[in-house]
Ligand binder design. Structure first.
Ligand code: HEM
Ligand SMILES: *[C@@H]1O[C@H](CO)[C@@H](O)[C@H](O)[C@H]1NC(C)=O
Ligand SMILES: *[C@@H]1O[C@H](CO)[C@@H](O)[C@H](O)[C@H]1NC(C)=O
Length: 441
C-alpha cells in the first residue's frame, strides 16, 4: 500500500493533508460548516474535562485581579504598562494577603498553562479564570518579571487565537464566549486556551495530546510529570528539558495518529524554557537552579512517594508560588526566548509535520513559503530576528498563511488588534519584520 506523502503543503490545504484537522473544534473557518461540525463536537465533548461552552463552568462572581498597593508594589506594572522597578522580590510579598493562594473552586476555569493557573489562584488575574489584556500584562511582569515585549506577545497570541480582540478578554481554559465576547460580536466562538492546535498543541510537557484523551488536552497528567522528573533527574535545565521534549515528540509521533507539530511549536519551546528562566527561586540575578522544590508547586505537582512505585506525583488541587519564592532580577525578553529556542532546537532539530495515521509521518513542505525561520521542514539555521518575526507572524496570521490555505487567516479584527499592540514594540521594528498595517489589510 502506498503511504500518502505530503509534499509542498503550499499546494494543498492543511485539512486535505491532515483530514482529522476538520474535527478539531474551532479550526474550521468556514462558519456554516463550523456550525454543523459544532453539533458533533458537542456530542463528543460531554464527558468531564470537556472545553465546549456547554460544560464550561460559569462563576457569577468575577472579582478581577487584586490591585497593587503602595505597601506591596511588586514591579510596579499597572494598567497594562511596562514595569517600573527591578525584580528579585518575593512573590507573593510577605503579608500581602490579597495575593495569597486560593484554590480554584468548581466554578472557576483553569486550563493547560501553569503560569496563568498560578496567576489566577493568587489573584494576579481574576480568580474565575476570565481575564483580559491588562491583567495578563501586569501579572506576568509583577509575578515573574516577564519582559514587556514577551508578555505582550504571549497575551496577544492568547487573545487573538482564543479570546476576543475587542474586549481583550480571554478564558484561561474552556469556551466562555458569552463572557469574553463583545455584545453582538460576529467573531464566532471564542474557545479559550484549551482549544487544540491554536496555542495548545501536541507534545505538551504535562498534558496529554488531544487525541489520547480528547477533548481533555488541558488537565495536569501526573504520569507525564513523573516522566519529566525522571528524565531530567529533577534538574529542569535547558539540556535536560531538550531531552524530555525529544521524548514527548518521539512518543507522539509514534503513537498519535493525529500528531501535529507545526511552526507554532516555537511556542512550546518557549513554555519549556520558562522552567529554567522563570520558575527557579532567584536569590540574586537571573540564574538559579530549576529544581523540584520550585517547579513542583507551579505545576501543582506533589510528590506522593520517593521510591519508584507509580504514581510518584499527584495534583495538589492548585498551581501556586513556592514558599518564600523570589522572581528574577531583570526581565526575560522576547529576544532571550528566541535565543533559547535556537539553542534548544539546535540540540535536537526534529522535523515539522504531522501524522496521517499511526506512525505515518509527513513532513511539512515549507520551502520558500515565507514562514520566517523555517526551511526544508525545519527551523534549522534560523536567526534570532527570524524567530522574533515568526512570533509576529503567529500573532497576526495564526500560522503563516502560505502553508495553510484553508485553515484560515485570522479575522480582520484580530489582525488589527495584534498589529496595533505589537507594531509599536521596538523588538519587531529592530528585527525588520514585515509589519501588518494597523488600519487593516
Ligand atoms: C498571557 C500569557 C500566556 C498565555 C496566553 C499562555 C498560554 C499557554 C498555553 C495555551 C499553553 C499550552 C501549550 C501546550 O500545549 O503545551 C501554555 C503552556 C505553558 N505555559 Fe503559558 N501562557 C502564558 C504565560 C505564561 C507564563 C508567564 C508562564 C510562566 C511563568 C507560563 C508557563 C507555561 C508552561 C510551563 C507551559 C507548559 C505546560 C506543559 O507543557 O505542560 N505561561 N501556556
Ligand atoms: C497520562 O499520560 C500517560 C502517559 O502518556 C498516559 O498513559 C495516560 O493515559 C494519561 N492520562 C490521561 C488521563 O490522559
Ligand atoms: C527561596 O530562597 C530564599 C532565600 O533567598 C529561601 O529563604 C526560600 O526558602 C527559598 N524557597 C524555595 C521554595 O526554594
Amino acid at each position: 500500500m502506498l503511504k500518502p506523502i505530503i509534499v509542498g503543503l503550499s499546494a494543498l490545504s492543511l485539512t486535505t493533508a491532515f483530514p482529522w484537522m476538520a474535527d478539531v473544534p474551532g479550526l474550521n473557518p468556514n462558519m456554516a460548516k463550523r456550525m454543523a461540525d459544532e453539533r458533533d463536537i458537542l456530542k463528543r465533548q460531554t464527558k468531564p474535562g470537556c472545553y465546549a461552552q456547554s460544560c464550561c463552568p460559569n462563576n457569577p462572581v468575577h472579582p478581577g485581579a487584586a490591585p497593587l498597593t503602595a505597601q506591596f508594589p511588586y514591579l510596579g506594572a499597572k494598567n497594562g504598562l511596562p514595569a517600573t522597578r527591578l525584580g528579585n522580590i518575593e512573590v507573593p510579598a510577605d503579608g500581602d494577603t490579597a495575593h495569597d493562594f486560593q484554590a480554584p473552586g468548581a466554578l472557576d476555569i483553569r486550563g493547560p498553562c501553569p503560569g496563568l493557573n498560578t496567576m489566577a489562584n493568587h489573584h494576579f488575574i481574576s480568580h474565575d479564570g476570565i481575564t483580559n489584556l491588562n491583567e495578563m500584562l501586569d501579572a506576568q511582569q509583577n509575578g515573574w518579571n516577564v519582559g514587556y515585549d514577551l508578555a505582550m506577545a504571549l497575551a496577544v497570541i492568547g487573545i487573538g487565537l482564543s479570546g476576543d480582540p475587542v474586549t481583550t478578554k480571554m478564558s484561561i481554559g474552556c469556551d466562555a464566549t458569552p463572557r469574553t465576547a463583545a455584545t453582538g460580536s460576529l467573531l464566532g466562538q471564542e474557545l479559550g486556551i484549551d482549544a487544540h492546535n491554536k496555542f495548545e498543541a501536541d507534545t505538551s510537557l504535562s498534558r496529554s495530546d488531544y487525541f489520547f484523551n480528547a477533548p481533555d488536552d488541558f488537565t495536569f497528567n501526573a504520569t507525564l510529570f513523573a516522566q519529566m522528573d525522571k528524565t531530567t533527574g529533577a534538574n529542569f535545565n535547558l539540556v535536560n528539558m531538550v531531552k524530555f521534549m525529544g521524548q514527548r515528540y518521539d512518543d507522539s509521533k509514534a503513537r498519535n495518529p493525529n500528531f501535529y507539530f507545526g511552526p507554532k511549536a516555537v511556542l512550546l519551546y518557549g513554555a519549556a524554557s520558562f522552567l529554567f528562566r522563570l520558575f527557579p527561586n532567584f536569590t540574586s540575578g537571573d540564574t538559579a537552579p530549576a529544581n523540584l522544590q520550585n517547579i513542583g508547586p507551579f505545576f501543582g505537582a506533589v510528590q506522593t512517594n520517593t521510591g519508584t512505585t507509580a504514581p510518584k506525583f499527584k495534583f495538589s488541587g492548585g498551581e501556586r508560588f513556592p514558599e518564600e519564592w523570589h522572581n528574577r532580577q531583570h526581565p526575560l525578553t522576547l529576544a532571550n526566548v528566541a535565543d533559547d529556542f535556537i539553542t534548544m532546537y539546535g540540540m535536537n532539530p526534529v522535523l515539522l509535520g504531522g501524522n496521517v495515521g499511526t506512525n505515518n509521518f509527513g513532513a511539512l513542505g515549507t520551502t520558500g513559503t515565507g514562514v520566517s525561520g523555517v526551511t526544508n521542514s525545519k527551523f534549522t539555521g534560523a536567526t534570532q530576528k527570524q524567530i522574533i518575526c515568526l512570533i509576529y507572524q503567529i500573532a497576526t496570521e495564526n500560522v503563516p498563511s502560505s502553508i495553510q490555505t484553508s485553515l484560515g487567516s485570522l479575522p480582520a479584527a484580530v489582525v488589527q488588534f495584534a498589529a496595533s499592540k505589537l507594531n509599536p514594540l521596538s523588538v519587531f521594528i529592530n528585527a525588520g519584520c514585515p509589519l501588518k498595517p494597523v488600519g487593516g489589510t
